[in-house]
Design a protein around this ligand. Sequence first.
Ligand code: ADP
Ligand code: G3P
Length: 499
Amino acid sequence: MADFVLAIDQGTTSTRAIVFDGAYRNRGSGQMELRQHFPRPGWVEHDANEIWRSVAQTVRNALADAAITAREVSAIGITNQRETVVVWDRATGEPIHNAVVWQDRRTAGICERLREEGAEALVSERTGLIVDPYFSATKLAWILDHVEGARARAQRGDLAFGTVDSWLVYKLTGGRRHVTCATNASRTMLCDIERLEWDEDLLRLFDVPRAVLPQILDNIAAFGETDPSIFGASIPIRGAAGDQQAATLGQACFAPGMMKATYGTGCFALLNTGAERVSSRSRLLSTLAYRIDGRTTYALEGSIFIAGAAVQWLRDGLGLIERAEQSGQLAAEADPEERVYLVPAFTGLGAPWWDAQARGSIHGLTRNTGPAELARAALEAVCFQTRDLLDAMRADWDAEKRTILRVDGGMVASDWTMQRLADILDAPVDRPILLESTALGAAWLAGCGAGVWPGQEGFAAEWKLDRRFEPQIGQGERGRLLAGWREAVDRTLTRRPNC
Ligand SMILES: Nc1ncnc2c1ncn2[C@@H]1O[C@H](COP(=O)(O)OP(=O)(O)O)[C@@H](O)[C@H]1O
Ligand SMILES: O=P(O)(O)OC[C@H](O)CO
């Protein structure tokens, strides 16, 4: 059997497919941008059929690029933007509404009401999440309430709900399978993350009929076989995971205490807490890292909404740079005596603050402040926000452990930012050679499931360091930097966090 494994990475802004060989080398890939629909302020939608077409096309392109046929692929692994909701008609396979994307805030009012009614305790106990429009449940209920006749059809069992993994498995298998993986289920706000079952109390709370829900599978499982008409031969789908969990796997963060952070447009950090489900006192999410062989591994997760997006703002908003990679060089020219802080709350602040109303601010401007100081402030903001997440994680779980952070995503190409990150965290930052962690994680699930790739230990042994960034500044300087950042955040928040 060939050891080629195909990863489908269906992200928020683009869809990618990568063929990996048994040495985890990228042997061919395809990528397509996805159109973003903003029907009203705060609303974000995707066309679910376009998502599917982009997957089918990028897989074909990746196979062609690798010069192999579907017959030579041992297995497919799927990873996806999480929380995004698709509802389709079981008879026709047609979505009844555009996919409502994780960023969509249309159900903010519903969440506010649920919080006022005291739903937070139940939601947090069963799901490890906080009541927020980010997650799937209220988006699903919204579709059922706003598409004519949908609720009655859902109750009759005529409609199916899925996160993007579920939708793709359904399409790939020619409509034969309606399943989801445990990590995606854990983000719906409908799943009990200890029993790994849909929860009756939550279904009642969010008014979701059980008949629309998919079956929950482990991250390595028999998800189905692709319909032979799609790629010319049937390929088994052996793995699936939400994209941040897949990156955790791709970074081989299998041991408790290991942590990864992915720096793309935003940043998502996950700390493996092992078999222990940690309830956060700092408003981090307590979520699934993965579920393999019927055993659940948990994680604490923190999300930063603006990471690389701050660099895009320097480029597109301020015109200070032409290309993202110039940001580090510009930041290095900043006057060390100038202390300028940017709090990039462009769309509110995520964990651990969760202040949706906060907006971005700049502190410490003087007549000497110029492009270099602003570039440094934008890159440092990503580092300070990561420090806030790390502090929250340490407060929640085993403060004694020395954390090593494994990083990936577009921003980690910047040596300046990675060094600053290590300085501000006061912890080493490890950048691997292979930066395709998300796709690799999905491929590993599938390759391991198909028996053509090694298990956790063998895979972890192959994780290779490109460069370790060690902290280089003293405690005094770090303390001054952090104090300045905390003051800037304090002045930006619109409400005090309840932690
Ligand atoms: N050398 C660099 N220095 C700083 N930021 C960078 C660099 N290269 C890319 N970025 C930032 O990384 C982001 C792209 O990363 P990527 O992982 O592709 O994101 P996404 O998957 O969210 O689209 C962009 O926001 C870009 O501004
Ligand atoms: O598609 P990405 O990489 O922006 O990731 C989105 C996250 O899964 C949302 O929770």
